[in-house]
Design a protein around this ligand. Structure first.
Ligand SMILES: O=P(O)(O)OC[C@H](O)CO
Length: 373
């Protein structure tokens, strides 16, 4: 499902945590009325403590602070940290805590990443409140102002107030939030829309990407940490490359938090390379960012292109249709291609048997996962 395309927004690309974390903390420190945070990952540590401190200070000065965490992704948040947040006035809710329900229900996770301050400025991207984002992982976020912020707030409120979300935070806290989202005259032409997905029930993010891949004329560049594409996406990427579109994938190299997923995706390299798709494996660190570019359309957010994101998770991305923003995203891609290793077709065809065995093994496991419902 997706919101409407809305004009008059301002989108600022914030690559690397050294850019987006200070910006997000400053926004929290300046909040006067409300702070909404939705995260998949929050684990006790330096970043979670710093975030908790900032939220507690905001709550102390009378700001309504709502923190919604995934019930599985936040299992590493200690009971002390939870108690500290609640005692200091932070309203805390957990989406779908694990329980004796069906497997599908337990697999349904809230994977979205969002911060909204004073109903005016929002941030999304691939971030979480775990220490890996401080220095170990490469991540990208986008700062959002304008009418599209209202759609992010609505998305948050619906889940906060849903029967699948539990916790001491009151569901009705989100009922009277004030918004400040008038279009900005300087930003006319900067169109954006929020696109969200709920596993295999709503696959708007995937369908939107597929449409872009099928219609792109110049370039399709995709960065994702967990690349296990569906058959239809692979087919579209290969077709686009064959019709002369510059198709490139920016994927993690050996530094990976789940190497098995990398092997499962690598089994598709051969055919994609044969069709003319260029594949770059990022070298400096584990790249956890999720952003795509097709001509002048860009999408940044939580959605990976693996079965977890596409079959079970709640996901949300910010799409932007604007030449200026697209050029910024293109420059970011170029910088990252330059620090990546390009996989060449000849070289790939000579990879060792041990590598092929791992691709087969993890590919078969992945095939089994796709059958879970
Ligand atoms: O699910 P993501 O993309 O937010 O990444 C978190 C990883 O699963 C942690 O291992």
């Amino acid at each position: 499902m997706h919101g409407m395309w809305r004009d008059g927004n301002h989108f600022q690309l914030l690559p690397e945590s050294a850019r987006f974390l200070p910006a997000m903390f400053e926004a929290v420190q300046a909040a006067r009325e409300s702070i909404l945070i939705e995260l998949y990952l929050m684990e006790s540590g330096r970043l979670a403590s710093a975030l908790a401190d900032a939220l507690l200070k905001a709550a102390e000065r009378g700001v309504a602070v709502m923190l919604m965490l995934d019930g599985y992704g936040a299992m590493g948040l200690s009971s002390d940290d939870r108690a500290r947040l609640e005692a200091g006035g932070v309203a805390l809710r957990f989406f779908n805590p694990l329980g004796f329900h069906s497997l599908t229900r337990n697999l349904t996770r809230d994977h979205r990443k969002l911060l909204v301050v004073d109903g005016r400025v929002a941030y999304t991207g691939g971030f979480g409140a775990v220490d890996e984002f401080l220095d170990a992982w490469y991540e990208v976020a986008v700062r959002i102002e304008g009418p599209v912020v209202a759609d992010w707030v609505r998305l948050f409120c619906r889940l906060w107030d849903s029967p699948l979300t539990r916790g001491s935070g009151q569901p009705d806290l989100v009922h009277n939030l004030r918004l400040d989202v008038s279009p900005h005259e300087d930003y006319r032409g900067m169109r954006g829309r929020v696109v969200w997905g709920q596993g295999y029930r709503y696959q708007a993010i995937r369908h939107s990407l597929q449409r872009q891949v099928s219609s792109a004329r110049g370039r399709i560049w995709i960065c994702t940490p967990y690349f296990v594409p569906t058959f239809s996406l692979r087919l579209r990427l290969a077709r686009a490359a064959r019709r002369g579109v510059d198709v490139r994938l920016l994927l993690p190299g050996e530094l990976h938090d789940h190497p098995g997923i990398r092997y499962a995706g690598q089994r598709f390299y051969g055919r994609l390379l044969k069709a003319g798709v260029r594949i770059f494996e990022f070298q400096p660190t584990f790249i956890h960012a999720k952003f795509s570019l097709a001509d002048h359309w860009a999408s940044i957010g939580s959605c990976n292109f693996d079965h977890w994101s596409l079959h079970w998770n709640l996901e949300a991305n910010q799409e932007v249709d604007d030449h200026r923003f697209a050029e910024e995203v293109a420059e970011l891609f170029e910088r990252n291609f330059a620090t990546s290793r390009e996989i060449r077709r000849e070289e790939w065809s000579r990879r060792p048997r041990w590598q092929r065995l791992k691709e087969w093994l993890f590919g078969s496991l992945d095939g089994l996962l796709t059958r879970l419902r």
